[in-house]
Design a protein around this ligand. Structure first.
Ligand code: AHM
Ligand code: MG
Length: 332
């Protein structure tokens, strides 16, 4: 049951019976994510006030500069989940290898692994533009009681048990799915409580927004170039509006509310695009499909890709169903 103004805590308890496996473990896990997100929100909000912005002087596995807040968000999520002994493993954009969590009490007996991008779009922090956290949850496939292996993390997106994002925007929202639709909760910062503000979120089937970094146009495949020209043509309900924040969570969140398509295609320089399959594309694709939208690499369903590498990348087209199908028709 969904009631507007229900708190996230109430929602989790009321809907626990609908969760797969209904042992309470997944509810506790989502509760821990909710808590970590509040802590990260607190840090993100004061980013302009204290000297915590700017590169920390290290590069992560992708060779990108890490921002201090990336590191902080990563630590916050990992520590919160580890201290609560709620998962058996964590993989993060910021960590080269996955982390195994034995737990003090139960020797690798937790059921779930989490994959996450603790602070996506972090190059936007210094300019006070919205950033987000993305998470993806699977049941482990190796036997309980043994340490997790890479196999537990390299599962196709269609086996996700839950996925979500937190958007640190004009207001902070937690949006997630457990495979039973998508619900969005807005944080009341004065109370530290999330309220159900966007029950049963749905991607409009069609839209008028296309979101792509057009600066890379020259490097895009011909099908994408043709689609962009199509968006700009003066015909029927076009030209479409171009909106690109450069923050995946914010771009998809807006498009889910207003109707639109997000594209991060392959380029001649990066044949697999930029975005990471496991902790960026898969969770956003799961949410998108649960909201009636579609996510593809231009040819095939994102959720059906069998991953081979923790940090692998994929071209990504995600949004309103008819718009994604249009992009696919241009790619044929
Ligand atoms: P990040 O994980 O290093 O922050 O990169 C992911 C971000 C996405 O949020 C965003 O959509 C994209 O990179 C923007 O890339 P670009 O600046 O190439 O357009
Ligand atoms: Mg990212």
């Amino acid at each position: 049951m969904q009631r507007k103004n229900q708190t996230l805590g109430e929602f989790i308890i009321e809907n626990q019976k609908d969760f797969p496996y209904a042992s309470g473990e997944l509810s506790r896990l989502i509760n821990s994510i909710r808590l970590a997100a509040k802590m990260v929100n607190h840090e993100v909000n004061k980013a302009g006030l204290v000297d915590i912005t700017g590169a920390v002087g290290e590069t992560n596995i992708q060779g990108e500069d890490q921002q201090k807040l990336d590191v902080l968000a990563n630590e916050t999520f990992i520590n919160t989940l580890t201290n609560r002994e709620i998962v058996c493993g964590i993989a993060s954009e910021e960590n080269d290898e996955f982390i195994t969590i034995k737990g003090q009490k139960n020797d690798h007996r937790n059921s779930y692994v989490v994959l996450m991008d603790p602070l996506d779009g972090s190059s936007n922090i210094d300019v006070n533009v919205s950033v987000g956290t993305i998470f993806s949850i699977y049941r482990r496939v190796t036997p309980a009681g043994t340490p997790v292996t890479l196999e537990d993390f390299l599962q196709p997106g269609n086996l996700q048990v839950a996925a979500g994002y937190i958007i640190y925007g004009t207001s902070t929202m937690l949006v997630y799915t457990t495979g039973n639709g998508v619900n969005g909760f807005t944080l009341n910062p004065a109370l530290g409580t999330y309220y159900l503000s966007h029950p049963n979120m749905k991607f409009p089937e069609d839209g008028h927004i296309y979101s792509v970094n057009e600066g890379n146009y020259i490097h895009f495949p011909q099908g994408i170039k043709d689609y962009i020209k199509y968006c700009q043509e003066e015909k029927e309900d076009r030209p479409y509006t171009s909106r690109y924040i450069g923050s995946l969570v914010s771009d998809i969140h807006r498009n889910m509310i207003k109707g639109g398509v997000y594209l991060y295609p392959s380029t001649s320089k990066s044949p697999n695009g930029k975005l990471r399959l496991l902790y960026e594309c898969n969770p956003m694709a799961f949410i998108t499909e649960q909201a009636g939208g579609k996510a593809s690499d231009g040819y095939r369903r994102i959720l059906d890709i069998k991953p081979t590498n923790l940090h692998e990348r994929t071209p990504f087209v995600c949004g309103s169903k008819n718009m994604v199908e249009k992009v696919e028709s241009f790619m044929e």
